[in-house]
Design a protein around this ligand. Structure first.
Ligand SMILES: [Zn+2]
Ligand SMILES: [Zn+2]
Length: 155
């Protein structure tokens, strides 16, 4: 049990959720990329899959104003495959369903402590600054200050 946070703009309706505990992992054939929330009652099961996978890490979500798109960062914490960082980067981008993705490496870092660095937080498509949940005091889309935070209870 816990709370998930979401901000909703009262003016333009833009929504953004806090995605702090989303893990990702690849299957043994390296053909399927799964993203799962590692919290709540199912958290341990997800972490078990993450630990058993050759390639795993954490997902962080940002918003790019210029592209008007969500930008997803895959932070790779484990790479026991034979792929180089460049090959793995390409593979993750191919398998991801998101339009704008970036892959960074923090090999050996615990998932809880893996985060993007501020200097990485640039849109890979247009090179402008992107915004994470904690930087969103105003709506990043329309600039309105009524960007209100809601808490949702999850099991
Ligand atoms: Zn952009
Ligand atoms: Zn707005």
């Amino acid at each position: 049990m816990g709370f998930a946070k979401e901000r909703i703009c009262q003016k333009c309706g833009f929504k953004f959720s806090e995605l702090d505990e989303i893990s990702f992992y690849l299957n043994d054939d390296l053909t399927i990329l799964t993203e799962e929330e590692a919290r709540g009652a199912l958290g341990y099961e997800v972490l078990d899959k993450v630990n058993k996978s050759l390639i795993s890490g954490k997902l962080e979500e940002f918003y790019c104003r210029e592209c008007d798109e969500i930008v997803n960062f895959y932070i790779v914490c484990k790479n026991d495959s034979r792929l180089s960082e460049d090959e793995l980067s390409e593979l993750i981008k191919d398998l991801s369903e998101y339009k704008i993705t970036e892959v960074i490496f923090e090999i050996g870092r615990d998932l809880i402590f893996a985060h993007t660095n501020i200097e990485d937080e640039i849109c890979p498509k247009c090179n402008n600054k992107i915004y994470g949940y904690f930087e969103m005091d105003v709506c990043p889309k329309c600039g309105d200050e009524q960007f209100i935070e809601f808490y949702q209870l999850y099991e």
